[in-house]
Design a protein around this ligand. Sequence first.
Ligand SMILES: [Zn+2]
Length: 177
Amino acid sequence: MARAPRLTIDVTDLRRRLGQRRDVEVDLDLDPIQVVETRSAGGPVTGMLVVESIERGVRVTGEIELGWVGECRRCLDEVEGSATGSIDEIFQVDAPDDGDLRDFDGELVDLVPVVTETVAFSLPLAPLCRSDCPGPDPERYPTTTEAELEAEAAAAPPVADPRWAALAELDLREEPG
Ligand SMILES: [Zn+2]
């Protein structure tokens, strides 16, 4: 069995002075994480984090990079890419359960759950093999591409709803009766 990935840092020294910072390199071999039809490549997740000593804990910020593999939402071909995820987490001694803060013992910070969650949130849920992918059968099932939609939105001035125009033409004061 593969060794479970570990990224636990001891922040005892760091926490002796508020505002003290330390760089932590991320290079983790996580198991693939699947969200809908997209999964992380399972290769190394890399990045650089900064751990900063704050009141009652530490703050962890930085970015990670990961590869992913998925299915094009139009043609269903396999598509792969890379994504970046931002991390901004606070570990606090005796953090309340109901908040966004992560509880820790004041000494050891386990960054694996943070990185794992960030990977899951960074996966594209409906990827495209290319932005103008025409789909599997463009003759029978024409697909409007993002580029076309954007062009339409930019070109077309806001149009009044034709139902309002029809109502405006009615003269409500002269109801037959
Ligand atoms: Zn495609």
